[in-house]
Design a protein around this ligand. Structure first.
Ligand SMILES: [Zn+2]
Length: 282
């Protein structure tokens, strides 16, 4: 139906709403997770997209997969925010017949921008490990490995529990805080070991083993020899948690932060697991 109106006069119900552009979002993401905090080898920032594009919905996932893309498109999102980069090494072409290039092609065809915040989000505050610490009820204090630019920023977090507990009870709390996975939560050390001081690192935190000083260290992807050597040194117990599940905890507080910053914008967290393991026998 055509509505006759005086030129310049807004039509009832269609008053102009301040629209968010992808550029506005990118500016905020870069402020929250400054790209200069990323490791040299990392590839963060806008992977696909045009800053002038209007955005009314943002989808958040740990990584770009066919399943998370399908979900983001179904949400009618114009931006998919992810933690893991799609490309890390020098890329000279987007090959749509390769699975990686195909993901990029699919995003472009669906009008979906992709933004990556990886090690910059590990080092920033609040960042990935802060969300993990908060989910475990840990009052955090300082990073395990400081960033050169600030003692406040860096990789992993040290913190303390409100009340001491045993290693097995603590591991149960960790399992409860994380989404269910086939890999589950494993601990290493005496089950009744007293736990107060906790170190956590979202993602693969094996490289911090040598410097961790706590009652327990919670991280992902620990390998046999570094883990057993570490235990033999008697310094701390270990809790090994699934990588993607641990990092997914960061997305809900981030979605809330996006909605708070951009009124009217919808931010939703992908409920699908991007854990590669899909079965197990005990
Ligand atoms: Zn990760």
């Amino acid at each position: 139906m055509l509505i006759e109106r005086i030129p310049g006069e807004p039509v009832a119900g269609t008053y102009p709403v301040a629209m968010t552009t992808l550029g506005d979002l990118v500016d905020s993401f870069d402020r929250w997770f400054p790209p200069e905090l990323a490791e040299d080898w990392d590839a963060v920032g806008l992977l696909v997209g045009r800053r002038s594009a209007q955005v009314s919905a943002v989808a958040l996932a740990v990584e770009v997969t066919d399943a998370t893309l399908d979900w983001a498109i179904k949400q009618r999102a114009q931006c998919l925010f992810v933690h893991h980069p799609l490309y890390l090494r020098g890329t000279t072409n987007i090959d749509g017949d390769h699975w990686r290039g195909n993901l990029v092609m699919r995003a472009v065809e669906a009008g979906l921008a992709i933004f990556v915040a990886h090690t910059n989000a590990d080092h920033a505050r609040p960042g990935v490990s802060d969300a993990l610490a908060a989910a475990l009820g840990i009052v955090e204090s300082r990073p395990i490995r400081r960033h050169p630019s600030s003692a406040f920023l860096g990789t992993g977090r040290y913190g303390v529990l409100a009340a001491p507990t045993s290693l097995s009870e603590f591991a149960a709390r960790v399992a409860w805080a994380l989404p269910a996975t086939h890999a589950g939560v494993r601990w290493a050390g005496a089950s009744d070991r007293r736990i107060v001081r906790v170190a956590v690192c979202g993602g693969a935190g094996g490289e911090l083993l040598e410097e961790v000083d706590a009652d327990v260290y919670v991280t992902s992807d620990l390998r046999h020899h570094p883990a057993s050597d570490y235990l033999a040194s008697g310094r701390a117990a270990l809790v090994d948690i699934p990588h993607a599940a641990a990092e997914s905890l960061w997305l809900a507080p981030l979605a809330a932060r996006i909605e708070q910053e951009f009124h009217g914008l919808q931010a939703s967290v992908c409920p699908l697991s991007t854990d590669p393991w899909s079965g197990h026998h005990a």
